[in-house]
Write a protein that binds this ligand. Sequence first.
Ligand code: 5RP
Length: 293
Amino acid sequence: MADKEGLKVAKDYHTDVAFANDSGFYVKGAGHLDWGMKRHLSNIFDPKSGNTVMFAFDHGYFMGSTAGLERLDLVIPPLMEHVDVLMGTRGALRTCITPANKKGIALRCSAGSSMIDDDLSHEVIAVDIADAIRMNADCMAIQTFIGAEGEKDSLDNLCKTIDAGMKYSIPTMGVVAVGKQMERTPRFFKLATRILAELGANIIKTYYCDEFEEIVAACPVPIVVAGGKKLPEDEALTMAYRSIQGGARGLDMGRNIFQSNHPVAMAKAIRMIVHEKATDKEAFEFYTGEINK
Ligand code: 5RP
């Protein structure tokens, strides 16, 4: 292991230069993966835009019934046609979502904490590869806690899931959580996203931040941006727009859809940004028009 002495600050990201090793497949860093992995990735990232709208409703795995998700069975079905991927727990999917759907499945596969805990960083692998296969998951989502007490165990969960995923051709999505000790800074996100990609994650989910283009440039797999806490719709659409402009290959929105007063209109507006090159202003104009119909 290289020592930490004399570390130079990384600075040459060449953000204006496209990813060099994009031979063989349109998903970043997936060129040398097996056919099955590419098939799953094509269920997540639209082959035309290369992007994805993930609808996240996995909050219950540690938050219980979350505002806006009190009734999974009522909230999710009307949104399905407007999103590309369902990001949920196996419990939510099996009980509330018809298997007769053509959406990609991002399966929440880590768990182990609850909102009661002060430190959420202690998780385990909560879904084994056999059940991920049964669920026909297109990726397995594992939370990682760089800089938190549970850092090592969370990275161990990620690596074990990647190993199983490589064996049975199911991609792994490394999810960057912001440990209590860590700040939502570009430096932290550059560190966390790159570690997850180096460990073999096929997709990284993180948050939008300053210097986002550099984070994307330094990450050899696609980055999907989590929406985070509920924002006013125009601000959420601006964050979505800046993420895509900055090189994110999609959004993984939860609260900014299901806590919106008009979730379907919001999902449609996000889709415009992700797949139709709309600006945030155009998307917000659409949203406003939809809700005032
Ligand atoms: C919850 C998650 C969510 O999938 C992720 O945070 C996206 O949801 P939101 O947009 O509400 O943040 O990991 O634990």
